[in-house]
Design a protein around this ligand. Structure first.
Ligand code: PBG
Length: 337
């Protein structure tokens, strides 16, 4: 093939100013949501060893953190609670004096600048670490037709709705169910509406994969399953078409914001969902994505700031309107520098 001098894409890469002008994708702090872990009975803030710079916060320690987030003009947080007591049905999740409702009230007392999203799942609250009620012979919901150890769908929906009402009444702006149960969006929407909480939005973890990238989070949230894994409810990483079915269901049931999770290994899914659905779309850059970048940077193999920024840009380029990211605070500081 002969070189055609008329076609020279490199012309527009010549200077920094040109590159800025033709840049198609920009990440800004306004796109980012910061995950916060709040721990009942904790003192101060406890570092999470597998996630550099991330902590489990006591209620007291939240004050300083929230001030910092507001100073950095970060728009939103998503809360994960670590209760002191766990039981078979995860009752800590629908206790209005539980750790998350208390954290929500505390944040809302401190500021009205921060949107509060509440992650809605039972895995941090159940003694077995699964995302709802498990089929065991001693359970009120025991079913002979289903295998023992199976996560019971419909009994869990009732509790999910109940806990969502409690978190919304505490002041959560958005409820974000992450358990991948069938019908969870419809059940939560109905219970919120019945309780007069029509303004509370639902961000659905709509296409959430059964991923090994959640490893560090399970240390952070103290929520590893005590037996088995989550492959009976979270999606198989091999499936792409199924994500469309999952998302369609959540749209039909009244989701306001959709999410794909994890982010970087699932950019194809993000891109497909962006093309097929018009609702706002979030992506969760999960703990493993964050920790891998840190680990490689600690070895001196990659540049932390550049790889983090490139990852966020790629996630946005693939179609995310907003990104849940542990890099949120760092990114906001890099923008100010
Ligand atoms: C479930 C939940 C998980 C994450 C967010 N919500 C863990 C899981 O499904 O096992 C993972 C987030 C991350 O890895 O950063 N409540």
């Amino acid at each position: 093939m002969t070189f055609t001098p008329n076609f020279r894409p490199r012309r527009l890469r010549l200077t920094r100013q040109l590159r800025r002008l033709v840049r198609e994708t920009m990440v800004s702090t306004s796109d980012l949501i910061y995950p916060l872990f709040v721990k009942e009975g904790a003192e101060g803030k406890q570092p999470i060893s597998s996630m550099p710079g991330q902590y489990q916060f006591s209620l007291d320690a939240l004050t300083e953190e929230v001030e910092e987030l507001v100073d950095l003009d970060i728009p939103a947080v998503i809360l994960f609670g670590i209760p002191q007591h766990k039981d078979a049905i995860g009752s800590g999740n629908f206790d209005s004096e539980g750790i998350v409702p208390r954290a929500i009230r505390k944040i809302k007392d401190l500021t009205d600048e921060l949107l509060v999203i509440s992650d809605m799942c039972f895995c941090e609250y159940t003694s077995h670490g699964h995302c709802g009620i498990i089929n065991t012979p001693d359970s009120d919901y025991f079913s002979d037709d289903l295998p023992q150890g199976y996560l019971l769908n419909d009994p869990t929906l009732q509790y999910l709705g109940q806990a969502s009402v409690v978190h919304a009444q505490a002041g959560a702006d958005v409820i974000a169910p992450s358990g991948m149960l069938d019908g969870m969006i419809g059940a939560i929407r109905q219970q919120l509406d019945t309780a007069g909480l029509q303004q509370t939005a639902i961000m659905s973890y709509a296409a959430k994969y059964s991923s090994s990238f959640y490893g560090p989070f399970r240390e952070a949230a103290e929520s590893p399953p005590s037996f088995g894994d989550r492959s009976q409810y979270q999606m198989d990483p091999a499936n792409a078409r199924e994500a469309i079915t999952e998302v369609q269901q959540d749209v039909d049931q009244g989701a306001d914001i959709l999410m794909v999770k994890p982010a970087l290994p699932y950019l194809d899914i993000l891109s497909t969902i962006r093309q097929q659905f018009s609702l706002p779309l979030a992506a969760y850059q999960v703990s493993g994505e964050f920790s891998m970048i840190h680990a490689a940077a600690q070895q001196g193999w990659i540049d932390l700031q550049r790889v983090a920024a490139e990852s966020l840009t790629s996630i946005k380029r693939a179609g995310a309107d907003m990104i849940l990211s542990y890099f949120t605070k760092d990114f906001a500081r890099w923008q100010e520098a």
